[in-house]
Write a new protein. Structure first.
Length: 103
């Protein structure tokens, strides 16, 4: 069954993203699991790509499962570095050190 993008679902995703503390990152899949939609990591990404229409959320704190930055979000690295997040290389966050545990 395909996920339907409702306003309620959008705000569930954005509310979960809002919980990620400064200096930490979460994955798209982690956010999907937090809202009870384990298989909807791509939907999370789609919502975050349009988050500016819903207000100000720390979407820069969400990366893929390997810690890779979003390819079409050039400010993401700078925003994370401003919060003290370190990188393994040019495009990957050190997930062992900076991944949020969700609590």
């Amino acid at each position: 069954m395909a996920a339907v993008m409702t306003e309620r679902l959008i705000y569930e995703i954005l509310s979960a993203v809002e919980e990620i503390p400064e200096g930490r990152v979460a994955t798209y899949g982690q956010i999907a699991r937090l809202i009870g939609r384990d298989k909807n990591a791509r939907l999370v990404g789609k919502v975050l790509s349009r988050a500016e229409y819903y207000g100000k959320y720390p979407c820069h704190r969400v990366v893929n499962h390997a810690g890779r930055l979003a390819p079409h979000f050039p400010e993401q690295r700078h925003l994370l570095e401003d919060e003290g997040v370190k990188f393994r290389d040019e495009t990957h966050v050190d997930m062992k050190k900076y991944q949020w545990d969700g609590t």
